[in-house]
Design a binder for this molecule. Structure first.
Ligand code: ATP
Ligand code: MG
Length: 462
């Protein structure tokens, strides 16, 4: 087989696309050499082939971001092959090259899904420009996508705080596990910091430069989750009028964070297990296997072994995931960290809310240490945020209704007594702090967006 493989170049001082893999298909050896020589020092991998069949061979075994394709190939033409590629779900960029300036062919090529079209002979700057455009477009697509998802992920994540024995141990485990590429399972109650740890694993791992793509498995409908995760080919099901990439694709080169993994439907659990073991996926309705180059981090706030016993989670996937298993302690088990966490949230949130940091008395601190924190660190963070807005430690939300025990002493004296006014003030300041973004405000308040909207509508009516 006429294929050649150029390993990554050690010095990449040239302007380029160091994370991109490019496949060049042309039957003319001179052209092939010229393109390989031009592009190899500027990108991660260059693969070359002299026919569509050879090209297909590369695509089966490697992740390819861009195909540079000659139109007149022996056997199958470039345009015919491109149509096939698109039908099989290839969503990378494609630049077509040809010696014949024929408008009809150009139009046909663009219709078939080419990103660009250049005429032979061309000079180095022309091909570099075409690649640059493709790269920019693909980067923007990915960024938009990741940004869109970032909106629904937890706000305000920063570094892991706490020096208790259990936090130190957790930090050591993260440092040990991060550089290894194996799949990691994070277990722990809600609000213990699983997403924060997932981001740390990503940031300290070898794919830190790539995207971090969080997926809430509980939030995607069971009918859509397979195509959402793995993508789909054109015509895979009614309504699939064109091929679409899945979340695995967007996480290529980075980390895919599968949050609430216990909610994954059983059939998808089987598909996920295969993906983890074979390191490739098959988009829904596609024949083509797509090789994976990413790390998977999974999280759940359930005891996954219980889910296995109850028959809701596959045992084989559980064993595969728990090879590296980090369990986050509930806050009531590392109360030594409360003072440091309070100081951290105080310092982090006060400037962004535009208020003075809270002064917390010893007595109030005692209360915080006695409390059980069923909502863990998230509950503590929300408490500090709420209190900053109200101007003093406000524990009423921890003890709904009548304040009990030490809480009674920690109520701030100078706050409005009317509960409705208090609530309205609180909601308005939260809304204000996020510039009126209701989704974000609802998240901060710990209520659904609908509840928040209903409350705001009630004031309007009053
Ligand atoms: N050790 C910590 N240091 C600093 N911040 C923390 C720590 N643990 C948790 N947090 C903060 O608490 C909040 C909740 O954390 P996170 O979203 O990671 O929890 P989770 O375990 O994913 O919860 P859930 O299961 O409900 O999704 C976040 O704002 C996070 O930054
Ligand atoms: Mg979470």
């Amino acid at each position: 087989m006429e294929t050649s493989f150029i390993p990554p170049s050690p010095e990449r001082t040239l302007e380029g696309w160091p994370d991109w893999s490019i496949l060049i298909v042309d039957d003319e050896q001179g052209m092939l050499n010229f393109l390989v020589k031009t592009l190899a020092p500027r990108c991660h991998f260059v693969m070359s082939a002299t026919s569509a069949e050879d090209g297909a061979h590369w695509l089966r075994g490697h992740h390819v971001d861009l195909v540079i394709l000659d139109i007149s190939l022996p056997g199958k033409s470039g345009v015919a092959w491109l149509k096939e590629l698109r039908e099989h779900g290839f969503t990378g960029e494609v630049i077509l090259i040809t010696a014949f300036a024929d408008l009809d062919t150009a139009i046909e090529a663009l219709r078939a899904g080419a990103s660009d079209f250049i005429l032979k002979p061309f000079r180095v700057p022309q091909i570099l420009n075409a690649v640059k455009h493709c790269y920019e477009r693909s980067r923007l697509r990915r960024e938009n996508f990741v940004l869109r998802r970032a909106v629904v992920s937890t706000p305000g994540l920063g570094a892991l705080v706490g020096n208790s024995a259990s936090m130190q141990q957790l930090r050591e485990s993260i440092a040990r596990v991060a550089p290894v590429n194996s799949t990691v399972l994070l277990q722990g109650e809600s609000g213990t910091g699983k997403e924060l740890v997932a981001r740390e694993l990503h940031a300290l791992g070898s794919r830190a430069g790539g995207p971090f793509v969080p997926v809430n498995c509980a939030a995607v409908s069971p009918e859509l989750i397979e195509s959402e995760l793995f993508g789909h080919a054109k015509g895979a099901f009614t309504g699939a009028t064109r091929a679409r990439d899945g979340l695995f694709h967007y996480a290529q080169g980075g980390t895919l964070f599968l949050d609430e993994i216990a909610e994954l439907p059983l059939p998808i659990q089987a598909t996920l297990l295969r993906a983890i073991e074979d390191l490739n996926i098959r988009p829904v309705g596609s024949e083509q296997l797509v090789p994976l180059n990413l790390r998977i981090v999974a999280a759940t706030n359930r005891q996954l072994s219980d889910e296995v016993t109850a028959g809701r989670f596959r045992k084989d996937l559980y064993f595969r995931l728990q090879v590296v298993d980090l369990t986050l302690p509930p806050l009531r088990q590392h109360k030594d960290d409360i003072a440091e966490l309070v100081a951290h949230f105080n310092a982090q949130l006060a400037p962004s809310l535009g208020v003075e940091p809270l002064r917390i008395s010893e007595q109030e601190m005692d209360f915080l240490r006695q409390y059980d924190w069923p909502g863990n660190v998230r509950e503590l963070r929300n408490l500090i945020e709420r209190s900053l807005i109200l101007g003093s430690l406000n524990v009423s939300a921890l003890y709904p209704g009548e304040a009990r025990g030490p809480a009674a002493d920690t109520q701030a004296p100078a706050r409005p007594t009317d509960l409705h006014t208090l609530e309205k003030m609180h909601i308005l300041s939260v809304l204000d702090s996020v510039h009126g973004d209701k989704t974000r405000a609802a998240q901060l308040l710990g209520v659904s967006r609908r509840t928040l909207e209903r409350r705001v509508a009630e004031w309007g009516a009053a």
